[in-house]
Each structure stands twice: as C-alpha cells, then as structure tokens.
Design a protein around this ligand. Structure first.
Ligand code: PHB
Length: 396
C-alpha cells in the first residue's frame, strides 16, 4: 500500500495534527506524490554472460518485491541496457543511461573490462553506482570513488585463497587457463600470488580471447603436459562448454580441476556428471546453512523457475544495499551525503552470510571451499576468513 506520508515534512505533519487537535477543519493535506527513483540496469542480456545478467536482475527484483516494490519508500522504475559484455560499447551504454534516460542509480555490470569503462563515466558524472558482479581489482583500488560501491568481490579476493588450497591438496605443478581480458588476468594473478609464494610452479598458462570457447587444442596440450592439476576461470556459457570439453577429453578424474566458483555456479544443471569433483573457492555456496539462504533459494526458484546462484545473490544484495541507503534519507535520492554515508556503514544480511564493506566499498567476506558432489555444490571448508581486498591505491 502507498505510504501517503512520504514527502510530507515534519512541519507539515505537525501543522495537520495541530489543526485536527483544535477541532478546526483540516487544511487540505499536501499529498505529495511518492518519491520515485530510476534504476539503470547495465548488464549482459546476450552472449556468454547472458544468464549472469538475468540472475542479477531477478535477484534484485526479488529483494525489491520483499520491500513492497519500494526502496526507502520510493517507487522504483527500471531502464535496462544490454551491454553485450562489449568493452568498446561500454562508455556509450553508460552515458545513454545517465544522460539520455536520466537514471538516478546505475547497477552494473558483469564483465570487468566493461565495468572499468562504465565506472570512469560514473565517476565523471558523480552518479551513484553499484557493481553487482564485475571483479576488476581496479574498481575498488585506483578507481575507487565515494559514489561507487560493489556488492560482489574483487578478482583477487575470490582467487587468492585457492593457492593454499591446491598446495595443501599436494599439487605443485599446475597449468592455468582463462580468457585473455582484465578478469582472466587478475583471477589467475590472485591465484598465482599465493600459489607460487608457497612453492607452487606454473607449468604453462593458456589465454584464449574472450569469449572464445574452442578449447580442444589446449586440452590436448594439457593431456600431454600431465600437470598435477589445472586452475581455470571461465563463466556462463563458456564455463559450461569448458567443463564438458574437459570431461570429453578424458581429463576429468585424471587431472584435478580447480578454479574460482564462477566456473561452476549457474552451470551445474547443464554440465551434469561432467562437473563432478571440481573444487572451487567462492564467497557463496548453495548449501550454506543459514535461514536467509534457505528462504532466498526457495523464493528465487519459485519466482523464476531457476536455481539461485552467486549472481542472483549479488543482485539481491545490491537491492539490500540501496534500500539501506534510501531508508536513511526517506527515499530522497538527491540526499547524496546521507545516502552514501548509510551505504558505507551498511551491514548486509546476505544469503552468503552477513557482511560489511571495506573503506574502498568492497565486501569483506568469508571465502568457502566447495566441491561438486552428486550434482550439488558441497561446502568442504573455509578457504579464507573475512577476506579483504588490499585496496592498494584507493585514495577516496
Ligand atoms: C568479470 O569479468 O569480472 C567476471 C565475469 C564473470 C564472472 C566473474 C567475474 O563470473
């Protein structure tokens, strides 16, 4: 139901109350129209990351529905832009949403290269921005800004803990493989940092162009190299193809496969038996046994007919963060100072577990060790407790 008090000042409310108490005829109330905010969703709705964009959107909408379709009392309108995970189109897409569509808040995106360009526009325009996935380290390091928040992870954060995991599992010589773009390089970089510091060796690194998904030649070479294990970052459609090709090449069960959890999240149903045994590290796991996660997973499935994954969680938490900010300023998106202050100090009750943001506006969070067993992502340990990105170079 509409909250008719929204928009009335305290003085107006007192005046109405006083007139009533004096028995006089009430003055015609100033029923201000409820506040409205325009949310620009800049996400991939096509291409290899399309499923990620849809789950982020639906996670956000699910949380919004829990608030009666309002944030801090304000009605919400969406404008969507399919960014196609295309860095050359990123600045135009961001500018269109901000300047032409006049959105109040930007929520985007998935691909690190697109996100870096988008954040540069957001910084210039001073628009409130929430990054619901892209892990580009730079966004909460050199490019950090008071108006830019991230509810997901940094690429370093999701991968660094896995170096020790693989060493403890007894693997010394590994092959790395990922797409050749910002996220791929940073994910492998975060992993290598801890793995090589602990004595691990990188035998070979393969970096196909994004979003290429012809893996046969690399898999043939991996079979010949016979490393102790393989560490891979792919996601969405590309991850599904890689997991299936890895099994079809006869490597499953022979050369253990590891990666950040993006490798398996959202693709388990499609991958079936080919995903069995893969070990990953991530700030979320389907099987997390907290009441909010259980409720969230069944509500998401009910609303969409699909299983929730880390991307849906990040969309859900982006709406929670915005709701906390707007609640503190009565839904007034123009009250930037109070809004940003409330978002900075927010504590988010998330399906991943409660978390806060660091001074560079990136989650401080536990990183779980997961393994696919009988088609389910099972939590087999905690790879890192309260992991915080170093935020090197963040001056804001
Ligand atoms: C990224 O480009 O930052 C990215 C893309 C897909 C993921 C994770 C990170 O699953």
């Amino acid at each position: 139901m509409a909250d008719l008090n929204v928009g009335l000042s305290r003085r107006q409310l007192l005046a109405v109350a006083a007139a009533g108490a004096a028995g006089s005829v009430l003055p015609r109330p100033v029923w201000a129209a409820p506040r409205r905010i325009k949310v620009g969703l800049m996400l991939p709705y096509s291409g290899t990351y399309a499923a990620l964009g849809h789950n982020i959107t639906d996670g956000f909408r699910l949380r919004l529905a829990e608030f009666g379709d309002r944030l801090g009392g304000a009605e919400v309108e969406f404008v969507r832009a399919d960014d196609e995970s295309s860095p050359p189109k990123a600045k135009d897409n961001a500018a269109k949403l901000i300047i032409k569509d006049k959105v109040d808040v930007l929520v985007g995106t998935v691909h690190s290269g697109v996100a870096e360009a988008m954040v540069q526009v957001a910084r210039e325009e001073g628009i409130l921005t929430i990054v619901p996935n892209a892990g580009s380290n730079r966004i909460t390091r050199e490019l950090c800004a008071p108006n830019v928040f991230r509810t997901s992870f940094s690429n370093w954060q999701a991968n660094h803990p896995c170096g020790d995991v693989m060493l403890k599992d007894g693997h010394r010589d590994v092959v790395l493989i990922s797409w050749n773009y910002a996220a791929g390089k940073e994910m492998l970089g975060g992993f290598k940092e801890s793995f090589t510091a602990g004595g691990g060796r990188v035998v070979k690194e393969f970096m196909p162009d994004f979003p290429k998904d012809e893996f046969q030649a690399y898999l043939t070479e991996i079979a010949a190299l016979k490393p102790d294990a393989v560490y891979a970052f792919f996601s969405g459609g590309g991850a599904l193809k890689f997991i299936k090709d890895y099994a079809a090449a006869g490597l499953q069960g022979k050369i253990p496969l590891y990666g950040p959890g993006f490798l398996t999240d959202g693709v388990l149903v499609g991958a079936g038996a080919a995903a069995e045994g893969i070990k990953t590290t991530l700030h979320y796991a389907h099987a997390l046994d907290n009441p909010l996660n259980v409720k969230f997973r069944s509500a998401f499935q009910e609303a969409t007919g699909r299983k929730a994954d880390v991307f849906a969680v990040q969309g859900y938490d982006s709406a929670s963060l915005l709701a906390q900010g707007l609640a503190a300023v009565g839904g007034d998106i123009g009250a930037k100072k109070g809004l940003i202050e409330a978002m900075r100090s927010a504590e988010i009750d998330s399906p991943r577990g409660r978390f806060r943001l660091s001074r560079s506006h990136n989650p401080i969070q536990d990183v779980y060790l997961r393994q696919v067993r009988n088609g389910e992502e099972v939590v087999i340990g905690i790879a890192g407790k309260a992991v915080e990105d170093p935020a090197t170079g963040c001056k804001a």
